[in-house]
Design a protein around this ligand. Structure first.
Ligand SMILES: [Zn+2]
Ligand SMILES: [Zn+2]
Length: 221
C-alpha cells in the first residue's frame, strides 16, 4: 500500500515528518509522499526541509519516502512556474490541490496543473472529460481521496478518468493520525467510487511503478 498525499505540522498536519513516517510504516505502508501545502510564501522552506529530512532519514527506514509538495490555492497562472521551482529545489513529487467540491479553489486550477505536467492532480472535483484526456496525454494522475470532504466527487473522477483513459491514484490526504491509510477503508472508498478489485490492483501497480521512477531506493553508505 502506497500513499502519495500527506501533511505534517510544516503546514496544517499535526505530526512531524519522522512520526508520520513511523506511523505509516507501522500501518503497513510501503511508500509515503510527504506533501505539505505550498505557495509562493513558503515553498523554498518546505521543499528544502522535507528534501533534507528524506535524504538524512531514508537510510534508516524500511518505508520509502518521497519529498513532495502540494501547491495549494495558487492562482492558476502561477502554477507552472511554482511547480518548476519545486522540482528545482528537490521535490521528487509535485501535487496540485485540485478543484475539490468542498473548497473555493480557483476555476482553471485543474487545467493549469495538467498543462504544467505535475505528477498528481489531487481531488480534482468535477474535472471535465476534456481535462482528463489532457491529463492522460501529459501523464498527470487524477486522485481519489479517502478524505470525506474531498471524496464527494470520487465517483465522478472515476467515470471521467475511465472515459478519457487517465490514470488514477488513491491517497489519504492525511492530516491527523486517524487519517493514515488503512487497506479496508481504501478498498471501500475505491469500490464505492465504482472501481473493481482488478482496477484497484492496476492502480496499486501504477503507484508502485511511479514510486520506483520518482524515488529510486537509497542505501546506507
Ligand atoms: Zn491541508
Ligand atoms: Zn492535501
Amino acid at each position: 500500500m502506497i500513499d502519495l498525499h500527506t501533511h505534517t505540522f510544516a503546514s496544517d498536519g499535526v505530526l512531524g515528518p519522522a512520526e508520520l513516517a513511523r506511523r505509516a510504516e507501522v500501518a503497513g505502508l510501503a511508500a509515503l509522499a510527504i506533501t505539505d501545502h505550498a505557495d509562493a510564501s513558503n515553498l523554498e522552506r518546505l521543499v528544502g526541509e522535507i528534501a533534507a529530512f528524506v535524504r538524512e532519514t531514508q537510510p534508516y527506514l524500511r518505508i520509502r519516502l518521497l519529498a513532495g509538495v502540494e501547491l495549494t490555492h495558487v492562482p492558476p497562472r502561477q502554477v507552472a512556474a511554482l511547480a518548476r521551482r519545486c522540482r528545482q529545489l528537490g521535490a521528487a513529487i509535485v501535487l496540485v490541490h485540485g478543484e475539490t467540491v468542498s473548497e473555493p479553489v480557483a476555476p482553471g486550477t485543474n487545467r493549469a496543473a495538467i498543462e504544467a505536467g505535475v505528477d498528481i492532480l489531487a481531488h480534482p472535483g468535477l474535472v471535465t472529460e476534456e481535462e482528463a484526456r489532457l491529463a492522460a496525454a501529459n501523464g498527470v494522475l487524477l486522485e481519489l481521496s479517502t478524505r470525506p470532504s474531498h471524496g464527494l466527487a470520487n465517483g465522478h473522477v472515476v467515470a471521467v478518468a475511465r472515459a478519457a483513459g487517465a490514470g488514477l491514484v488513491i491517497d489519504s490526504d492525511t492530516h491527523v493520525p486517524s487519517d493514515i491509510m488503512d487497506p479496508d477503508r481504501r478498498r471501500r472508498v475505491a469500490r464505492g467510487a465504482g472501481l473493481t478489485d482488478a482496477d484497484i490492483e492496476r492502480i496499486d501497480r501504477a503507484m508502485a511503478a511511479l514510486v520506483e521512477r520518482l524515488a529510486p531506493p537509497t542505501r546506507i553508505t
